[in-house]
Design a protein around this ligand. Structure first.
Ligand code: NAP
Length: 213
């Protein structure tokens, strides 16, 4: 994978802004765009990786605006199945699988949706790396997004095939309920403890003890 990517973010709200900061800091060239149809297509053409960061109900419009500009490209779906009434997801078919159906030629990857935008620019909460769950059918596309997540500062977690977005989307609801329903606030993050995360945490602790960090 190239060390640096041109990343186009469609949707320049909370998520678009946070990912722009994190990915720029990681050394990538990043541009984000809001609801400007002509410019959306232009930017999608420019990007090697395209991030879909629009409201759930706007996904199809944004994809239509991008048209064939996303053919063959990594398309990162950050969206969550939230509407005016709350959760509008479907456990039989995730939002990401819908995106893949609508954008047939793109290599869709579900990622970052379980993270509050407030923590998306660093991948860390209270000094801990939180998990970036990454699900995709295309292994190359998945690897690229795992590397992008790690570059921001997350603990990247291979979450399996795209259909596992069926579980990542409700997991985002859990995060939101804990943050806003249960009053913990947005300075929280989901973290999976696994072999890789244990090794990284032991290494960091070693660095702290030896004063190298
Ligand atoms: N906020 C979070 O903590 C968080 C965390 C994880 C995932 N998500 C998900 O990420 C997505 C974005 O969330 P957000 O908080 O960033 O929302 P937001 O602040 O409301 O931003 C949405 C952005 O999308 C733009 N947009 C709407 N329709 C568009 C279209 N057809 N083409 C291009 N741009 C369009 C909006 O432009 P206008 O302002 O002109 O409408 C705005 O810039 C949502 O699906 C959300 O569920 C959010």
């Amino acid at each position: 994978m190239p060390a640096f990517s041109r990343i186009a973010i469609v949707g320049d709200g909370n998520v678009g802004t946070a990912l722009t900061q994190g990915l720029t800091r990681a050394g990538h060239e990043v541009q984000a765009v809001g609801r400007e149809p002509g410019r959306v297509k232009e930017l999608a053409q420019w990007g090697e990786v395209v991030v879909l960061a629009v409201p759930f109900a706007e996904r199809q419009n944004a994809l239509r605006e991008m048209g064939d500009a996303i053919q063959g490209k990594v398309l990162v779906d950050v969206t969550n199945a939230v509407g005016k009434e709350g959760y509008v997801g479907n456990l039989q078919k995730s939002g990401a699988e819908e995106v893949q159906e609508w954008a047939r030629g793109a290599r869709v990857v579900k990622a970052f949706n379980t993270v509050f935008a407030q923590n998306m620019g660093t991948g860390q909460v209270h000094g801990e790396r939180i998990s970036a769950f990454v699900a995709a059918d295309d292994e190359g596309a998945k690897r690229r997004v795992l590397q992008l997540a790690e570059g921001i500062g997350f603990d990247p977690v291979d979450a399996g095939p795209l259909k596992n977005a069926r579980w990542l989307e409700p997991a985002a609801m859990l995060n939101m309920q804990l943050g806003y329903g249960a009053g913990l606030g947005p300075s929280i993050g989901l973290k999976l403890v696994h072999e890789g995360s244990r090794a990284a945490s032991a290494e960091r602790q070693g660095q702290r003890l030896s004063g190298t960090r």
